[in-house]
Write a protein that binds this ligand. Structure first.
Ligand code: AMP
Ligand code: ZN
Length: 152
């Protein structure tokens, strides 16, 4: 849908800082992040709300969000946790009518910074932030080595 900004991001005709994509989904930094690393995961095919989304694709979307949350812990963002949130419909404050899963990294004791980020929604170094997430994703793919160099 050419009038949908997330479809345009998927197609590469609108700007975005992408951190991951596969055949069916795409993840990019939120343009007005609540916290550094705030990422959106979207299906490549347009679905405005959950009632239009293939449940298998929804499961894949969550799997990608799960992995991104782990990457945010593992990489330079050094997150201690994450909020994974999906606002389904205007009644739930969905503002962009193309389904998206928010993955928002959290740190212990960040309550004040999070509240400030929620109000200000300022971007933080998108290039460095994306690199921190992609490094975290790559770290998930590397085997854990014990002190003798044996992979587990
Ligand atoms: P929601 O309220 O769940 O619909 O959230 C929509 C999110 O999309 C907000 O966090 C916006 O900052 C974000 N957003 C809107 N337009 C763009 C864009 N062009 N690129 C990246 N994020 C966007
Ligand atoms: Zn769309």
């Amino acid at each position: 849908m050419s009038d949908c900004v997330f479809c345009r991001i998927v197609a590469g005709t609108a700007p975005a800082t992408k951190v991951h994509e596969d055949d069916t989904l795409c993840a990019f930094l939120d343009i007005r992040p609540i916290a550094r690393g705030h990422t959106l995961v979207v299906p490549k095919t347009h679905a405005a709300e959950l009632d239009e989304l293939d449940p298998e694709l929804g499961a894949h979307l969550f799997r990608a969000g799960h992995r991104l949350a782990l990457a945010m812990r593992r990489g330079a963002l050094a997150a201690d946790g994450a909020n994974l949130v999906l606002n389904d419909g205007r009644a739930a404050f969905q503002t962009v009518p193309h389904i998206h899963l928010h993955v928002i990294p959290r740190k212990h004791g960040d309550r004040l910074a999070f509240a400030k980020g929620f109000l200000l929604r300022r971007p933080h170094d998108p290039v460095g932030t994306a690199a921190a997430i992609t490094e975290g994703l790559a770290a998930l793919d590397r085997p854990n080595l014990d002190s003798e160099g044996t992979a587990s």
